[in-house]
Design a protein. Structure first.
Length: 320
């Protein structure tokens, strides 16, 4: 009888031990993926990332934005100096204005295929941003989006990007190569302002208008092909392009701004394919400020020699 009672007591104690062990195991926390910890202070509303406090950026500087996010609100990460890398959600569609402005440690940005728009100054002053990739669905990029990204080296945009803001790459001193989107019709003001190392840029075939100082001080640019549909070239577009050797203006060009070639010290030859001299937007005695050889279509030399600005070119020769 006594032995039976002890056996029952032992079975009860063993059962209690197993229950306690199971409870302890249930309380064991999951080990999170580095940079993916979502604190109560991070705010996501209806798929929009509204807030991610600076103190929720881990020591590694790497964060992973949850897959539920489809938009990053304006200024969410502005001036986060310790942010080095962002793992973007695969369904992200919008990056708001100033979203990563001043993130001076951010070294690369692999933007997802689904991204459709980037707000103005979104990556402004990201001075360590060296590599950038964008997906094929990007359609709109705001003003100064990559301005002062001084280590960025090359960018290729998808064909479907139609909206391009001003000063897109102004101050990108290390930028060497850019492929612009096929559907772009206007290259905005100061797009490549002070891009000292730019050597290669592919302009879209549908480009109609290049706004003022678009290539200001692109000192390494030796040649550029202007598209055959181009109609208007703004003031000072190539000013300071001291390595530019020659330039051919397509027959489609109708109007040009003044001081187009100021500081183009090595520009020895300009060819204008229009039989009629393009007019200038400013009514001054010397709007072109170019005094070297001008090549024009056969039979049009007299018209250029009589036209304001063009008449300062010397010599004016007709193409054979």
């Amino acid at each position: 009888m006594r032995k039976s009672t002890l056996s029952r007591l032992l079975i009860v104690l063993m059962g209690l031990s197993l229950l306690t062990l199971g409870a302890c195991r249930e309380k064991e926390p999951d080990i999170p993926v580095p940079g993916s910890i979502i604190s109560p202070d991070i705010i996501i509303e209806n798929g929009v990332l509204k807030k991610w406090p600076n103190y929720d950026v881990p020591v590694s500087g790497i964060i992973t934005i949850p897959e539920s996010v489809v938009a990053i609100d304006n200024g969410v990460f502005t001036n986060y100096k310790d942010l080095k890398k962002v793992n973007f959600p695969s369904g992200l569609k919008t990056i708001g204005a100033n979203a990563f402005k001043g993130c001076t440690a951010l070294a690369s940005a692999a933007l997802p295929e689904t991204l459709q728009s980037i707000g103005e100054q979104a990556f402004y002053d990201c001075t360590k941003l060296k590599t950038l990739t964008v997906g094929t669905q990007l359609t709109a990029v705001g003003n100064s989006t990559f301005e002062n990204c001084s280590t960025l080296q090359q960018v290729e945009f998808p064909a479907g990007t139609t909206t391009f803001g001003k000063r897109m790459f102004a101050g990108c001193k290390s930028l060497k190569k850019v492929v612009l989107p096929d559907l772009l019709t206007t290259l905005p003001q100061s797009t490549f302002f002070n891009c000292y190392q730019l050597t290669e840029v592919t302009l879209p075939s549908k480009l109609v208008h290049i706004e003022g100082v678009a290539f200001w001080q692109c000192q390494s640019l030796k040649q550029i092909t202007l598209p055959s549909q181009l109609q208007h070239i703004g003031s000072g577009v190539f000013a300071g392009c001291s390595s530019l050797l020659s330039l051919s203006l397509p027959a489609s060009v109708q109007k040009m701004g003044e001081s187009l070639f100021n500081g183009c010290d090595h520009l020895e030859s300009v060819t204008c394919l229009s039989p009629n001299p393009p007019s200038f937007t400013q009514d001054t005695a010397d709007p072109l400020k170019y005094y070297r050889q001008l090549t024009v279509p056969a039979g049009s030399k007299a018209r250029y020699a009589a036209a304001t600005g063009w008449n300062r070119c010397n010599p004016i020769v007709e193409a054979q």
